[in-house]
Design a binder for this molecule. Structure first.
Ligand SMILES: [Zn+2]
Length: 418
């Protein structure tokens, strides 16, 4: 299978992008192809990469907003989660994938429950995914040993799919829900099996003070002590960090997933120390978090929030400029997840998004990178190609009406049980 995108704007020039199989073959091809896409009036950008999601939480969208974090979690979210069944996860993930594709995302890093369903949904939707079972032992290592089996069985079941687009990972939830013994167990298994570890780190100040009280040191210092900091660790949030902790994260090449919308909505009280992270050379990627704390999965919108949050929080409009914010959602995301994408260049995976340059937000078009960061949102995405397959063209995705209908039914079923 080959695709030729003719006469499309790429890095300021008109180019022909040729895709063969699941890779980009060339960017100056004149050769024909099985499928030809007219790129006039469109710009090609790398598929966006969302490094922190709980996809099936799309069913919770708009169910509980404007509440205090603890109250929100205990009175609204946990009762719903207790009633989750595999079919909720399947349709919730389908809805999330549909929203992601429609807003230009080609890869997501997900942690949740019944992840075999997520794998099935992602496989069918054609999107790339890194998937881990959310692992919690409520600080009891014996419970941890038992429950870790389902993380292992997810890894095995994804591997048996033999689909390079769906990548297994491990998902220890956080320092306050997983015992140190279990964190070590996860880390050792990840190293042995060469897996990414998806984790929530220092989202709130309470989390930091509880760790200091329990272990006598801040979270990153404690995690280093138990050998949990590794290059395969993707740490979501990472808000409440001091300089020493940033240095340690860099030393162990830990990857950060910044979730600006979730952090603002749940009012975690601080923005990530981006300038310090940048100075230290930490890799910062971008994520939305789940739909209960965002409530959208639109990465173009998230790029804008990331940039504005830094400026508003620091009082300095030069912090996190447009090009760095866009790189967070493309190149940096790819590097964080170890995916050979994030750039449009020969040899890279064919994860390509075409932006509709006829949209009013893209006029007069002084600077595309600036427009991507500050002017557009997901509605300006026209075409999405992932792994060399067209998932959306002219904003149409196969089967979208059924997904909306079935996801609505699943959400009503779930809410009705509470
Ligand atoms: Zn999260």
């Amino acid at each position: 299978m080959s695709i030729l995108i003719e006469d499309v704007l790429l890095d300021g020039e008109r180019k022909n992008i040729r895709v063969e199989g699941n890779r980009i073959a060339s960017i100056d091809s004149k050769e024909g192809a099985d499928t030809v896409i007219d790129g006039k009036g469109k710009a090609a950008i790398p598929g966006l990469i969302n490094t922190h999601t709980h996809a099936a939480m799309s069913l919770f969208r708009g169910y509980a907003d404007d509440m205090l974090l603890q109250d929100w979690l205990s009175s609204r979210i946990l009762p719903l989660e207790r009633n989750l069944k595999p079919e909720h996860i399947y349709w919730g993930t389908k809805l999330a994938c549909l929203e992601m594709i429609k807003s230009g995302t080609t890869c997501f890093n997900d942690m949740y429950f019944f992840m075999e369903e997520t794998a099935k949904a992602a496989e069918e939707m054609g999107i790339r995914a890194v998937l881990s079972e959310g692992f919690v032992d409520l600080l009891n290592p014996d419970v941890g040993k038992e429950r870790f089996q389902s993380s292992i069985s997810l890894v095995e079941s994804i591997r048996s799919m033999k689909n390079d687009r769906i990548v297994p990972a491990l998902g220890p939830h956080a320092i306050y829900t997983v015992s140190p013994e279990s964190l070590q167990m996860v880390s050792e298994y990840a190293e042995k099996e060469n897996l990414l570890v998806h984790f929530h780190l220092s989202e709130t100040e309470d989390e930091v003070s509880a760790c200091v009280e329990l272990h006598g040191k801040r979270p990153v210092l404690f995690l280093e002590e138990i050998g949990f900091l590794n290059p395969n660790l993707v740490a979501a949030h990472s808000v409440w960090l001091n300089k020493e902790e940033i240095g340690l994260l860099k030393k162990h090449d830990v990857k950060i997933s910044h979730n600006p919308v979730s952090n603002m909505k749940l009012a975690v009280g601080k923005a990530i120390p981006y300038t310090e992270m940048k100075e230290a050379g930490l890799l910062v990627s971008l994520g939305t978090d789940g739909c209960a704390s965002n409530n959208a999965l639109d990465m173009l919108e998230t790029i804008k929030f990331a940039a504005l949050y830094q400026k508003a929080y620091t009082g300095d409009p030069t912090v996190l400029p447009a090009n760095e914010a866009v790189a967070m959602a493309t190149e940096n995301g790819a590097r964080a997840l170890g995916i050979d994408a994030g750039k449009i260049a020969p040899g890279k995976l064919a994860d390509i998004v075409l932006i509709d340059l006829t949209a009013p937000q893209l006029h007069p078009g002084h600077n595309l990178v600036s427009d991507l960061a500050y002017a557009v949102n997901g509605s300006c995405v026209d075409t999405v190609i992932c792994d060399g397959r067209i998932l959306m063209q002219d904003r149409k995705v196969e089967g979208e009406d059924e997904i909306l209908e079935r996801a609505n039914e699943a959400a009503l079923d779930l809410v009705g049980k509470v």
